[in-house]
Write a protein that binds this ligand. Structure first.
Ligand SMILES: *[C@@H]1O[C@H](CO)[C@@H](O)[C@H](O)[C@H]1NC(C)=O
Ligand SMILES: *[C@@H]1O[C@H](CO)[C@@H](O)[C@H](O)[C@H]1NC(C)=O
Ligand SMILES: *[C@@H]1O[C@H](CO)[C@@H](O)[C@H](O)[C@H]1NC(C)=O
Ligand SMILES: [Zn+2]
Length: 520
């Protein structure tokens, strides 16, 4: 009799449990406690099994999301998941899955909140510098040409070239913009992208485009936008028409000079300015590739296929990344590549989060491509940002609430602020989204906040939303990736890349990854 009761109770228990664990009984996405316990156990075991790779990195790829703050990463991850039809929060960007994560302190020598120029000097050249300056130490004051003389520093690109590696860079901004310029230029002002700007500067400082072409014929991959500073003022841009405004005043055609230089070096070279010509480039037979796909910056990912914005077609960041890796990886000594998602920053400056988030997803796709086509045992991949922005993810929206939408009240309506008006989950601390209508915050009840033109509201009015001073993430995989854990000063990033690949100050095998395992 007792055993019958036992069996009955057991059966009742099983039925109740099955009923309790039926997905529909759990809120949100319906995850059960068992799901979360298993998820955590799997995550622990993955970390326990994760080997440290303690030898020299043959290749280093740095992916730089300009202005990719931690809230930007979180919001882009949710958007990516929601675009795939999920709730979104549980989704992952490609680099979320990297085994080693650290934080970077981005303040620069003279500013609590940095810009992309001083920041590039830190993570590429290994020293902190003054805001607005590139490839020079902190003796150089922003805009003072004479103060840059003797203060020049070298970068991971120089160090890698000296070690016989192939080098290149890819960006969605002008190739003369602050981030890529950190690899090859020395300027007291990030604004000196072409001689249109330097011709009025006293002291005879050379513009960034001319520095690239004159001093770096061995950079094998140059891709991005910015034709304006490479063409003469009397030349006609293939997409934009006249180049009269920003065109070169020194009579130089730097695109033709680049071709001549590559020819003299006996390189199999290609210059392309649109997607179809880019697609025809065979990396197996191409030594050097220059792609200038826009007159100024390349298009935002959301507008790349939009004929209102783009005329001749542009490759994606992932496509450029793949082509660059296939060209550079032919060198048996390895390569260094910088890939910048440069317009995440610009979407934020415009106060239009949607632009920034779509560019972050495109950046994540480029990282995924780099991860997929390189071997974790010989290629160090570092993903980071140069500074934060002032976008926040706020309120208490329900699980799966559209990340670009308004905060909901959990029962089909909208949550209202103290002013009895709804508000979006994404907001900016400052920027162009500030406005008052009859002394009140505008009522967005009937506004489509998911539209790409929508400016999220901001607390303080600024024509251009500002950078943020909070730390940014560093996500790494590959040889010596575990050195990117903890809270790092931003300039340490250049040093860890050099240590891992035994270049620059860390060329001596007894002082780099070559002997790291023996030092424990
Ligand atoms: C953009 O255009 C390219 C080339 O025509 C195409 O392969 C790609 O799928 C398009 N992307 C989007 C987001 O429409
Ligand atoms: C792309 O560039 C090539 C080379 O200049 C040119 O022949 C071709 O017409 C261009 N394609 C488009 C769509 O403009
Ligand atoms: C990396 O090296 C380890 C140890 O030698 C090996 O077990 C693993 O399969 C390698 N991974 C790849 C992707 O080659
Ligand atoms: Zn910026």
């Amino acid at each position: 009799m007792d055993s019958y009761i036992g069996v009955f109770c057991l059966a009742l228990f099983v039925i109740t449990q099955a009923f309790l664990f039926d997905d529909v009984r759990f809120s949100g996405n319906g995850e059960t406690p068992t799901f979360w316990r298993n998820q955590a156990r799997t995550a622990i075991l993955n970390r326990v099994r994760q080997p440290r790779i303690e030898h020299v990195a043959k290749n280093v790829i740095m992916f730089l999301g300009d202005g990719m703050s931690i809230p930007t990463v979180t919001a882009a991850r949710i958007l990516k998941g929601q675009l795939a039809g999920h709730k979104g929060e549980e989704d992952s960007l490609s680099f979320d899955k990297f085994p080693y994560i650290g934080l970077s302190k981005t303040y620069c020598q003279d500013s609590q909140v940095t810009d992309s120029a001083s920041s590039a000097t830190a993570y590429l050249c290994g020293v902190k510098a003054n805001i607005g300056t590139i490839g020079v130490d902190a003796r150089t004051h922003h805009g003072d040409c004479n103060s840059q003389k003797g203060a020049e520093v070298t970068s991971i690109l120089d160090w890698s070239m000296a070690a016989g590696k192939s080098v290149g860079f890819v960006t969605t901004t002008r190739v003369t913009h602050a981030t890529p310029a950190g690899l090859y230029a020395n300027v007291a002002s990030r604004g000196w992208e072409g001689d249109y700007y330097t011709r009025s500067v006293t002291g005879g400082c050379k513009d960034i485009a001319a520095q690239l072409i004159d001093d770096y014929p061995n950079v094998q991959v140059i891709m991005g936008g910015g034709r304006q500073f490479f063409m003469r003022a009397d030349q006609t841009d293939p997409e934009h028409g006249s180049n009269a405004h920003y065109g070169r005043r020194d009579g130089r055609d730097l695109i033709q000079e680049w071709r001549n230089g590559q020819h003299n070096l006996n390189r199999n070279y290609q210059y392309v300015w649109n997607a179809s010509a880019f697609n025809k480039v065979d990396p197996a037979t191409t030594d050097s590739l220059m792609g200038l796909f826009e007159y100024s910056h390349m298009q935002y990912e959301l507008e790349r296929n939009d004929t209102n914005h783009e005329r001749a077609g542009e490759p994606s960041l992932a496509e450029m990344t793949e082509k660059a890796i296939r060209i550079l990886s032919k060198n048996p000594k390895g390569f260094f590549l910088l890939v910048e998602g440069g317009r995440i920053d610009m979407g934020h400056h415009e106060g239009r989060a949607k632009l920034a988030l779509y560019d972050t997803i495109a950046f994540s796709n480029a990282v995924a491509k780099g991860d997929a086509i390189t071997n974790v045992n010989d290629t160090l991949i570092v993903v980071t940002a140069d500074h934060a922005h002032v976008m926040v993810i706020a309120g208490y929206p329900s699980r799966g609430n559209p990340i670009l939408g308004k905060v909901d009240d959990g029962s089909g309506g909208l949550e209202l602020a103290a002013d009895k008006r709804p508000y979006t989950t994404l907001l900016y601390g400052n920027g162009p989204g500030y406005s008052l209508v009859q002394n009140q915050r505008p009522d967005i009840t009937n506004v489509d906040t998911i539209d790409k033109h929508y400016h999220q509201q901001s607390a303080v009015s600024l024509g251009s939303e500002s950078h943020g001073g909070d730390d940014v993430g560093i996500f790494a995989r590959g040889p010596m990736a575990h050195l990117f854990t903890g809270v790092l000063e931003e300039n340490e990033i250049a040093h860890v890349m050099a240590y891992a690949s035994c270049v620059g100050d860390y060329t001596n095998p007894s002082d780099c990854a070559a002997s790291a395992a023996g030092k424990r």
